[in-house]
Design a protein around this ligand. Sequence first.
Ligand SMILES: C[S@@+](CC[C@H](N)C(=O)[O-])C[C@H]1O[C@@H](n2cnc3c(N)ncnc32)[C@H](O)[C@@H]1O
Length: 300
Amino acid sequence: MSKPDSQPRICDYEGSNYRTDFWEGRGREYEDRVERIALRKLLPKTGQRLLEVGAGFGRLTNEYANFEQVIVLDYALSNLQDAQEHLGRSPRYIYVAADAYKLPFQPGIFDCVTVVRVLHHMSDVTRVLNQIRRVLSPGGTLILEHANKRNLKALVRHALNKQAWDPNNLDPVEFVELNFDFHPEHIRQELGRAGFDLKTRVPVSFFRLQPLKKYVPQNVLVGMDSALQATGLLYSPSIFTKSIATGPTPDNRSVETLFACPECGGEVVRSGEILTCRTDGRRWAVRDGIYDFKAPIEVD
Ligand SMILES: C[S@@+](CC[C@H](N)C(=O)[O-])C[C@H]1O[C@@H](n2cnc3c(N)ncnc32)[C@H](O)[C@@H]1O
């Protein structure tokens, strides 16, 4: 089990230029393409309401075109502003600034949740999975990507005594502050404890190596990765999982009131640009189309 923090630390991307510093023009088209292939294999064909946790600038959000409504959630307002620019202000998209450890939603309102390239920033996996389970309807789908500790490169480095930590050990390894690699079995156990039935695991991004990407045509690498994804060989740096929510939660997918207080769970209502919790009176702002639940505001 991951070590619980009383207030889990947050890897704060505010003002980070994630879109241009990491993706655009940074030679990661191979990674982007193979992640999309894996997502397409796992996503339900259609659905009502999907929550994308840690959506960043909405790089993958256009993959959710078959859902009626998509909630684009991230902790960094600046990433969400990029997402608004990238995806537009269609009423299909609802932009929410909030902490994944305290999701500001009613229970059971989503039929699908996706989490890609986010879990590696989570020091308390148990807590975030419990939050996700709470907001999923019974039988809902979770697609969760995690960085794989037991990847081929780590196994070779360990065998050559070039790496202190053991990739076969189940505990997460924090190789840089707030950057964790996880053992696939550890994630399987965490999913089970949080009320998920793990159905499928897809290994992704086998050829995430600069020399290969430089000398081998991208289409060849993408084709080989796609073929390897079907093998279930869990030795890639990234693993996509698909799980089904088990046990009870209300099925609230058709309710209009999406939001619940992240502190007390009370119903949250909107009046103008102010959101108010009917139970404890806390208030939050809607800022230029983004529901901002990061911190309550004072209103006279
Ligand atoms: C590596 S980026 C991935 C973005 C996107 N999923 C993608 O694949 O392009 C990680 C994202 O997780 C967000 N994040 C980190 N901790 C978070 C938290 N506690 N709650 C909500 N978002 C968080 C960051 O703001 C950042 O946008």
